[in-house]
Structures are given as C-alpha cells and as structure tokens.
Design a protein around this ligand. Structure first.
Ligand SMILES: Cc1cc2nc3c(=O)[nH]c(=O)nc-3n(C[C@H](O)[C@H](O)[C@H](O)COP(=O)(O)O)c2cc1C
Length: 306
C-alpha cells in the first residue's frame, strides 16, 4: 500500500490519479502525489471524518475506510441495491412524498411481536443518517417484547407519580420559581393535568397510555464522543420512522419516556444502559391496528425567502 493511514487506505495499483477523491474530501486530507492519491501523513489524518465520501466517489474503487462495517449494508428482511442513487435520477419524488406524508404516529398496535431482524434492519438504516462531525456515536437499546415494554412503562409511570406529587406542592413550586428554578412550575402549568389523567386511565382501564400497547421500543442514545448527540439521535429516529412504515410497522416517538429517563437515572440503570450514555429518543413500534383513508395537511409554517 502506498498510502495507509488509520482512517483511509488507498490502493496505488488501482488509483488512476483522477483527483475525484481529493476534490470531494470534506477535510482536505487527500492530495495527489506522482499522479496517485495519498492521505496526509498520520498526524493530519486525525482530521479524517471517516465519512467515506472518497470511497463512494472513487471511479476505480481504490479506497477503503477500515472503520466502516460493510455488514451494515446487508439487510435480512429485504435485498438492497448498493448502487448510489444520483439526485433526481431514480426514486420518483412522488413516492417519497407519499411515504413522508403517510407516516403517522401510531397509537394502536396489534400484539404481534416485531421480528428482531426487522428491528436490526431498522437500526442499520438509522445509522445512515448524518451525524455531527460524523461521530456516529449512537446507541440503540431494543425492547422487543411486551413484558419488557411494560416494565419500562411502569418505571416511567412511577417517576411521573413522584413528579406529580412534588408538583402538587404549591409552596415548593413557587419557592423554586423564586430562586429561578421554574421547571416544576412550568411542568405543573403545562403537563400536570394531562399526565394525571393519563395515569388515572392507565390505572382504571388498564390501558397503556404511555407506549400505546406497543410490543417493541427502540431507545436511541448517544455514547461519549458525539458532538451533536440530540440532533444525531433524532435524525436516526427519522430514518427509523420512515423505514418502519415501508416494512408495515407503525411507530410513535415517546417524549414522556425520554423526559423521565433524563430526570431519573435509575430507569436507564435498570435497562443495563451505561451511565455514560444519554437517551434522546424513544420509538414505540409494532404492527398497526389502525388505518387511515387519506393524507391530511399541516399547519402553515413560517416560510421566508430573503
Ligand atoms: C419529540 C417528540 C415527542 C413526542 N412524544 C410523544 C408522546 O410521548 N406520546 C405520543 O403519543 N406522541 C408523541 N409524539 C408524537 C406527536 O404527537 C406527533 O408527531 C404529532 O402529533 C404529529 O402527528 P403525526 O406524527 O401523526 O404526523 C412526539 C413527537 C415528537 C416529535
């Protein structure tokens, strides 16, 4: 190998010195030397994002990124064509638009378990989301049976029961607000009543108002080293929501689960998730027990052209 670095390998026998990789590299670590691409000396390759743009663009397939796991491109539940889709050339926009607009938050699920292979394929698709500085520091914790989902739901319910008890205390709320800690007062004004009603319903009707009876949940977290952990997690979640729809699955983001886990570290501990990770998204999944007749609209957003 002419140029081997911890992050990029370039095979000089295959490289034709076309410069495609040097132009596309976002970190400018590649250059041409004697008509062959090379990575900057090791000291500079710390800048390499290992994004694989060079590998994807090379017309001679002369580049490999050792950190990339090619198995993530092999799916158990469908076959995948690995050829890159050029913008505007392949998937008609109306198909994607229909998919985007047809995904709805599902709040009625069949009790059919979600196959682990499908959950794995969804996670493989999740990690093709962009991530800040390509850190890809995601963690995915799958709860793939109803008892596991119920146990998590119980811990979250216990958390909200304790929180509602605290929020009922007028003096505590107001004295905290006086010293600038307004979170409890804000919670009381905005969420207390609906959480109380939901918990009463859960109790009386034995109905899972938190995960909507979903048989599976994927918790998306960040491992240490993520530069934009929350954004990365939500982008990964976006991939899961859309891909799940194509696989016949309904999904719903469960913000209440994330809120409880961010306040009560014991919930994360019970699940065996290391303390160093933070959960940013909880996706309930299952085969939907609801159908819709049509795609509907959205509120008018603020749009500006300047
Ligand atoms: C960050 C976030 C948290 C959410 N949390 C919940 C939740 O805890 N429970 C729930 O039923 N829906 C939850 N939702 C779903 C929203 O209510 C839903 O996306 C919104 O009403 C629009 O409906 P649609 O997803 O069907 O288009 C959440 C959505 C987001 C983006």
């Amino acid at each position: 190998m002419h140029s081997t670095s911890p992050s990029v390998n370039i095979d000089p026998a295959s490289c034709v010195g076309c410069g495609t990789c040097t132009r596309i590299c976002p970190s400018d670590i590649l250059s041409l030397e004697n008509n062959t691409a090379r990575a900057a000396p090791d000291t500079d390759t710390a800048r390499c994002l290992q994004c694989g743009h060079c590998m994807a663009a090379c017309p001679k397939n002369a580049i490999t990124i050792p950190a990339q796991n090619p198995d993530l491109l092999d799916f158990a539940t469908f076959t995948m064509n690995h050829a890159w889709l050029p913008p505007g050339k392949a998937l008609p926009t109306q198909y994607l638009a229909r998919l985007i607009c047809s995904r709805r938050s599902c709040r009625h699920y069949r009790q059919t378990p979600v196959e682990k292979q499908k959950l794995t394929d969804l996670i493989k698709l999740a990690v093709f989301a962009p991530s800040g500085t390509n850190s890809q520091a995601w963690s995915f914790t799958c709860l793939s049976s109803r008892p596991e989902v119920l146990a998590l739901g119980q811990s979250i319910k216990d958390f909200f029961e304790r929180l509602n008890k605290k929020a009922e205390n007028f003096l505590l709320r107001k004295s905290l607000a006086l010293i600038g800690a307004k979170t409890l007062d804000h919670y009381y004004t905005n969420y207390y009543e609906s959480v109380k009603t939901a918990m009463e319903q859960m109790e009386k009707e034995n109905r899972d108002r938190l995960f909507h009876e979903a048989p599976a949940v994927i918790l998306i977290g960040s491992s240490p080293g993520a530069t934009c952990p929350k954004e990365d997690a939500l982008l990964a979640a976006g991939n899961i929501l859309l891909a799940a729809h194509t696989m016949g699955l309904g999904t719903c983001l469960i913000g209440y689960a994330v809120a409880a886990m961010s306040e009560d570290s014991s919930i994360q501990k019970q699940l065996g998730i290391p303390e160093s990770e933070t959960i940013h998204a909880a996706v309930a999944l299952g085969y939907p027990d609801e159908t819709y007749q049509r795609i509907t609209g959205r509120k008018q957003p603020t749009i500006r052209f300047q």
